[in-house]
Design a binder for this molecule. Sequence first.
Ligand code: 5CA
Length: 434
Amino acid sequence: MRLSRSLIPTMKENPAEAQIASHRLMLRAGLVRQTASGIYAWLPAGWKVLQNIARIVAEEQEAVGAQAMLMPTIQSADLWKQSGRYDAYGPEMLRLADRHGRELLYGPTNEEMLTDLVRQSVKSYRDLPQILFHIQWKFRDEMRPRFGVMRGREFLMKDAYSFDLDYEGAVVSYRKMMLAYMRTFQRLGVKAIPMVADTGPIGGDLSHEFIILAPTGESQVFYDAAYDDMDFTKEAVDHNAPADLERFFNEVTHHYAATDEKHDEPVWAKVANQREGRGIEVGHIFYFGTKYAEPMGLTVAGRDGTSVIPHMGSYGVGVSRLVGALIEAHHDEAGIIWPDSVAPFKAVILNLKVGDAGCDALCEAAYAAFKGEALYDDRDDRAGAKFADADLMGHPWQIVVGPRGAKAGMVELKRRATGEKLELSLADALAKIG
Ligand code: 5CA
């Protein structure tokens, strides 16, 4: 994209309404704009980040066998009356009526809808297990929407749902999701720690929250230093053998980790290598057995022909919240520092003298080489303003082209995360970025 022709409205000043770094930086870097309380428009650069995160989340879901699908945002109240949650959900649910007076709602989550879809088509133990997911907008009429996209009213969630014949099967599905989540967060460039959690209005007995460490996080977290060294990239996801999943699950959940609500001082006192920090919840997984299947009449024919109620789980990731959470974890005074995996552009090309034939030609050559994956700052503006905006927007690499270097075919390559700068030919710079 050419910056002169893009809607990436950066701001020099800190917006008064933003209290935390990620909210300030998302507005200043031109990623989002609020259109109503807790509701945001994703401008072009923000939309790219959101899609990059969604793609990684989806790839890791599919890697453990979850199937991608898409359910609508608008749901019929009838399904929620069947599960008993229509009245229980309370004022967080946005309730609507159509022109015929039929009750609808904007989905805050999709347990009922998918239970209904499975109830229509899955009739036998042979059709199980099933894990399905979608990435879809949700609405929750939060009492206090705040911190930008971190606690919005409309937000993008990945929600997966598992259906198994029995408890043992459901545990295997739950562990697959644990594996997918640990790999997802690592690919996103953040440390997420699984913590035993309360199940809240989703219900059920087995639940973990995934907390990203960031100094401005909402909750205080206490954890074993063992979590600092875990590496999940090598975990095999091809086979998902139950024994491997069990070993993995035990390895990632047996160390101490808790937020202040569940913190247990006597147990904590025995942890040899204590770490404390602040955390942001970016995911939450639940096993809840037959809580929805039973009232909604989902049954399948079991192996012996008797009717069996499947055991279910649901698994959420706050995809739009992650944009804010990643920024909380990766920024400095000057702006955002995007992990390579989610950056809106691989690199920015800074033309320090637009109109200079040498600068223009070298920048165009660089821009063409990226095939759309770079942002070209071709604005007729001061060098200082371009440097500031490049740091603010957080592109992993900056290719700086000035008139003197351009004559010799040289550029300055800067790595945003470290500040390291190198004088290189354009070809060498491109090779280094890869
Ligand atoms: N049905 C289950 C799992 S699919 C569920 O809804 N879980 S949840 O309530 O914990 O939400 C899943 C994730 O969505 C949370 O971990 C959080 O990261 C994100 N989330 C929840 N509420 C908001 C909100 N108001 N704004 C942004 N993200 C949110």
